[in-house]
Ligand binder design. Structure first.
Ligand SMILES: C=CC1=C(C)c2cc3[nH]c(cc4nc(cc5[nH]c(cc1n2)c(C)c5CCC(=O)O)C(CCC(=O)O)=C4C)c(C)c3C=C
Ligand SMILES: [Fe+2]
Ligand SMILES: [Fe+2]
Length: 345
């Protein structure tokens, strides 16, 4: 058996042109784990409404953050892949759930190198139906159809790993240590509240008000995105010794009219600016790589809202991107798997 690693991130359009953004959004939003309504309703919503309105605005946003080398999310994921490859003895491939760098191509690349045992690592610290689950399901479908001899090992969300919390805390501390700030927001990508209910394995105990997220252990919350975000914040706050009232958790990037996880990031920035906060920092731990949602929605739009409300300094902390110590965390995940005792069959 020969081992290989497949890192998987979300993906980006091929270019920031409206036609490429439309193609990408079409694939992304037609995923039943992203817009989780019956096919007829999803088709009507995505093909009938969203794809006729959003691509132009979305393309304009992509144009603001696009790099000469390409999409920041793709370029940063590639740099991370190279770093991990330098640290492990097995071939490391990179794929995206949506867009041209498909998971099928990633698996094929590893199979062509002789890999028969592949560890997939979704580049999301917290589990969500729209991220980790859709990757796991896609990998299973592709393996069954195209790579029947390949053994896959999934990687669960790594939000509570000590090495990850240490690295995330260190990266935040590097900015905060030299910063005069009043409040730091931990802003996570939002999901519709319905997604949390669908993934709830606690027999309906999730109360959607955040209280249950702290009551039960991680086992009950293995699939609760909200719990995992709250615990990420709490663990970092503990590690950095942040005082109560100087930090909070919010959720960004909502789409459509359903209720999404609250509090919303944009409204919180607005409220804090109005209430007189002058110096605010913000970190986005649901994103491993800087991308449209961090570079445009937070660093540009978020800052604009804060300034309009009277805020003065808005400091955005970068994602972990290609940090060497973050590549070490992924390497630890690989090594733990590679050296694990073979399970009895
Ligand atoms: C119903 C819609 C969406 C859900 C649910 C959702 C969950 C989700 N997404 C990420 C990470 C990323 N999302 C990104 C962009 C993006 N997300 C949505 C919609 C949903 N996401 C849209 C429509 C877009 C496209 C941009 C836009 O038009 O606003 C990105 C950035 C991609 C890039 O190319 O830079 C990331 C990353 C997570 C982690 C998540 C659930 C936890
Ligand atoms: Fe998203
Ligand atoms: Fe909960």
């Amino acid at each position: 058996m020969s081992k290989g690693i497949l890192l998987v991130n979300l993906g980006s359009p091929d270019s920031p042109k409206p036609k490429d953004v439309k193609k990408y959004l079409g694939e992304f939003l037609m995923d039943e784990r992203v817009i989780d309504v019956p096919l007829w309703a999803r088709t009507l919503l995505v093909k009938g409404i969203i794809l006729n309105t959003r691509p132009k605005a979305s393309a304009a946003a992509y144009q603001k953050i696009w790099w000469e080398e390409g999409s920041p999310l793709i370029v940063l994921s590639e740099r991370l892949q190279e770093k991990v490859q330098q640290k492990v003895d097995y071939p490391v491939a990179l794929a995206m759930r949506y867009g041209s760098m498909t998971i099928k191509k990633g698996l094929q690349e590893l199979v062509d190198k002789g890999c028969t045992e592949i560890k997939t690592i979704p580049l999301y610290p917290q589990f969500a139906m729209a991220t980790t689950e859709t990757i796991d399901v896609k990998v299973d479908e592709l393996v069954a159809e195209h790579f029947p001899g390949v053994k896959i090992t999934r990687t669960p969300a790594f939000y509570h790993r000590e090495d990850y919390i240490n690295v995330l805390s260190k990266s935040i501390g590097e900015t905060l240590n030299d910063l005069d700030y009043e409040h730091i927001l931990f802003s996570y990508h939002g999901v519709p509240e319905r997604h949390i209910r669908k993934s709830d394995i606690t027999n309906g105990n999730c109360q959607m008000n955040g209280k249950c997220c702290f009551k039960m252990g991680s086992k009950q919350h293995e699939f609760c995105y909200r719990h995992q975000c709250e615990i990420t914040t709490v663990n970092v706050a503990k590690k950095l010794g942040l005082k109560n009232g100087t930090y909070s958790t919010t959720f960004q990037s909502r789409l459509g009219f359903d209720p999404w996880l609250k509090p919303y990031t944009d409204r919180t920035i607005e409220r804090m600016g109005k209430a007189g906060t002058k110096k605010m920092a913000i970190v986005t731990p649901a994103f491993v790589s800087d991308c449209l949602e961090t570079l445009e929605e937070i660093a540009m739009e978020g800052e604009e809202i804060f300034h309009e409300m009277g805020g003065e300094e808005f400091t955005v902390i970068p994602c972990l991107n290609e940090r060497d110590d973050f590549a070490d965390v992924l390497t630890n995940i690989v090594e733990e798997w590679a050296t694990a005792k073979i399970e009895a069959v």
